[in-house]
Design a protein. Structure first.
Length: 251
């Protein structure tokens, strides 16, 4: 009898523990992919919660959130998080900033490496390239503005290629569909078949702040908040830096 009581008590504890755990559904920008993948096992082990991540480009994230797709947490650029909050898609006050990312430059592995040390050098490299690729996300939006800033917007129209949302620029470069490409540094440094040249020079660099927010209809809001806190904690900084980004400054 005593043995049966102990077994029953142990079973009850296991059931109670499983009832408290949650599966957090997350919709995230690919710019944060390697960071989240590296940190997630630590979070799951320490919290007992699990996370199911859907990776997408910014354009697709906007469509999914606007369409009412069910998630607990979304990770994307801060302007999009703020717009989602204003539209009532995310909970007011739920924004937590995670990391800052600059734009990098890459060419096909083994190809000649152009000088990218100044705005003038970038302009020269762009005019010399037969084809240029950039994303549909924040980096791509900025690159189009950069063409205007450099005074070469007209020259770039015929040879510019914007990637499919959620597809990394490095894949286009590796396949030979672009001579040179621009994307968030974290999305270039892990790609095969390309040579990462470095960041845009400071005078024409653009920094994207990646943030997170909890959906208004989140089923596991508390667990999502715990994941936000974990990803924004000082202990996450080494993983963030290793993957080409910088920790976000405090709000």
């Amino acid at each position: 009898m005593k043995t049966r009581l102990i077994a029953a008590a142990a079973c009850g504890l296991l059931l109670a523990g499983s009832a408290q755990s949650a599966e957090i559904t997350v919709l995230s920008s690919g710019a944060m992919r390697e960071i989240v993948i590296e940190l997630l096992p630590q979070f799951e082990k320490s919290s007992g919660n699990k996370a199911a991540i859907t990776w997408a480009g910014t354009a697709d994230i906007k469509k999914q959130i606007a369409g009412g797709d069910a998630y607990d947490l979304v990770i994307v650029g801060a302007p999009e998080i703020d717009a989602f909050i204003q539209a009532g898609k995310l909970r007011p006050g739920s924004r937590v900033d995670l990391a800052r990312s600059g734009i990098g430059v890459a060419v096909k592995a083994g190809a000649p490496k152009p000088d990218i040390s100044s705005a003038a050098a970038i302009k020269k490299a762009l005019l010399a390239a037969k084809s240029v690729a950039y994303s549909t996300g924040p980096s791509g939006v900025y690159v189009q503005k950069m063409f205007d800033k450099l005074g070469i917007a007209e020259q770039m129209k015929a040879k510019s290629k914007q990637t499919v949302s959620g597809t990394r620029v490095g894949q286009y470069i590796e396949r030979g569909e672009a001579d040179i490409g621009f994307q968030q540094i974290s999305e270039l440094i892990h790609e095969q078949g390309i040579d990462y040249l470095g960041p845009l020079p400071p005078d024409i660099q653009n920094i994207t702040l990646y943030s997170s927010g909890i959906l208004s209809a989140a089923k596991n809001a508390d667990a999502a908040k715990a994941l936000q806190t974990f990803l924004a904690a000082p202990a996450a900084a080494p993983a963030i830096k290793k993957n080409g980004l910088e920790p976000a400054a405090p709000n």
